[in-house]
Design a protein around this ligand. Structure first.
Ligand code: UD1
Ligand code: CA
Length: 455
């Protein structure tokens, strides 16, 4: 059956005690809802409907994608009422998969399995066995083990409360029948809400096959209601992502101290030290080592390169055998060729550095084109900003920039040129020559240090 996904995301999330709607609380740097939408997309459905209400404008603005169909639930009257808001857009022949904006770790594989069990006359719900089922709806089965209904905790008898199998809320059902069941819901329960879960009993009465699939791990169905659960979900996500990398052969020094928040591709024998954060699209070549406390965001690091401790690398591409850091900052727009060294307290932005070039200490290179085998001395600054506009600095192959040089852009230094230390370069420095801009050093004969006047 073609698939329509309905994601419930209308709740306020009072227990978050936050101005931000619950489904926009960040997990691994992205809104909770964005994780669920990404998982829904992985199923390749015909449509994704998001039922939203609290912070509607904010929620719509935060979640990208023209493929999402937004259904507004102005007043939160229960999960059944919420699903009903999306049903006008769902054709009868579809299977409907109900997901939750605050259950972010659900895996696509689990959902595929669930959807495969839903048919024109069958419904599948996802359950879990919890050591402490308090607060959840319980899955009630008859003597032969068949599901008969789901009962909410507040409506449950003491015997039902003792049931350890809980309803995760996630279910897959045939659209035509679901429409009918939802239409017949009544809010005659402890909370005065229209419960989606009452559709289970209706399905049984309708002669549908109802199957409860038990989730492999409770972590996957963890619902996030407060900041404690948000941190639990973050920890579970962190562990999952670190495990993926380790299974792919990456050495992770401490999986509890690695945060993967984006798409990471690693070559062989990559080593990630503690407190590394990988964000956006990150590609690491073979034998790349990343030292402690590094943040890598949207970057590509070539084979055998090292990012040493406390470095921040963003929007940059580095070749092979590069050494970056310790304490380096690569801002967006850099291309480092093979064998480039960018050392401690060096900031590089929107610059190209040719093969084997080195800027090892205390330097700023912004908007510059640096050739191959250039040595940039300590304390060199490209003065790229005149207060209004940015200008480029060009340095030819094999140039040597003495320490403490100011390169006032736009300016160029020729191939093989040498710049004397402490120069402020404002005009082109010719190739192959020594250029120095500095007042002459004098030693004053007969000069005496002032002495304190006697008291
Ligand atoms: C629901 C289930 C319960 C299950 C639990 C799992 C029902 C009646 N109960 O209970 O069996 O064990 O989830 O976490 O379905 N929402 C809306 N609009 C509404 C109401 C809710 O969008 O009118 C959204 C909420 O934002 C939330 C989700 O649906 O993301 C679940 O709603 P909530 O009220 O938290 O249901 P529970 O009481 O937890
Ligand atoms: Ca809930």
């Amino acid at each position: 059956m073609p698939l329509s996904v309905v994601i419930l995301a209308a709740g306020q999330g009072k227990r978050m005690k936050s101005e931000l709607p619950k489904v926009l609380q960040p997990l691994a740097g992205r809104p909770l809802l964005a994780h669920v939408v990404a998982t829904a997309r992985a199923l390749g459905p015909e449509a994704i409907h998001v039922v939203h209400g609290h912070g509607a404008g904010e929620v719509r603005a935060a979640i990208a994608g023209g493929d999402i169909r937004w259904a507004l639930q102005a007043e939160q009257k229960g999960t059944g009422h919420a699903v009903a808001q999306a049903m006008p857009g769902v054709p009868d022949g579809h299977a409907v998969l109900v997901l939750y904006g605050d259950v972010p770790l659900i895996r696509a594989g689990t959902l595929r399995d669930l959807v495969a069990r839903a048919g024109p006359k069958s419904l599948a719900l996802l359950s879990a066995r919890l050591a402490d089922p308090a607060g959840y709806g319980r899955v009630v089965r008859d003597a032969s083990g068949l599901v008969t209904r789901v009962v909410e905790e507040r409506d449950a008898s003491p015997a039902e409360r003792a049931i350890a199998e809980i309803n995760t809320g996630v279910l897959a059902a045939p659209a035509a029948r679901l429409r009918g069941w939802l239409g017949a819901l009544r809010a005659d329960n402890a909370q005065g809400e229209y419960y989606l879960t009452d559709c289970i009993r209706a399905a049984v009465q309708d002669g549908c096959a109802v199957e409860a699939v038990v989730a492999a791990t409770p972590a996957e169905v963890l619902g996030v209601n407060d900041k404690v659960q948000l941190a639990e979900a973050e920890a579970a996500h962190r562990a999952n992502r670190a495990a993926e990398l380790m299974r792919a052969g990456v050495t992770v020094v401490d999986p509890t101290r690695l945060d993967v928040r984006g798409e990471v591709a690693c070559g062989r024998d990559v080593v990630l030290d503690v407190n590394v954060i990988l964000e956006g699209k990150v590609r690491l070549g073979d034998r790349v080592k990343v030292g402690a406390n590094c943040v890598l965001r949207d970057c590509e690091i070539g084979d055998d390169s090292v990012v040493q401790l406390n470095s921040l690398v963003e929007g940059s591409v580095a070749g092979r055998h590069c050494v970056i850091g310790p304490f380096a900052r690569l801002r967006p727009g850099n291309r480092l060729a093979d064998g480039v060294h960018v050392g401690n307290f060096v900031e590089v932005k929107n610059s190209e550095l040719g093969a084997g070039s080195k800027a090892n200490h205390l330097t700023y290179l912004g908007d510059s084109t640096v050739g191959a085998q250039v040595n940039v001395g300590a304390g060199t600054v490209t003065c790229n900003y005149d207060g209004a506009n940015k200008h480029r600095t060009t340095i030819g192959d094999g140039a040597f920039i003495g320490s403490g040089t100011m390169l006032v852009a736009p300016v160029s230094v020729g191939e093989g040129a040498t710049i004397g230390a402490g120069s402020t370069i404002t005009k082109p420095a010719p190739a192959g020559k020594l250029t120095v801009e500095r007042s002459r050093q004098v030693t004053v004969a007969g000069w005496k240090r002032p002495e304190k006047a006697p008291k």
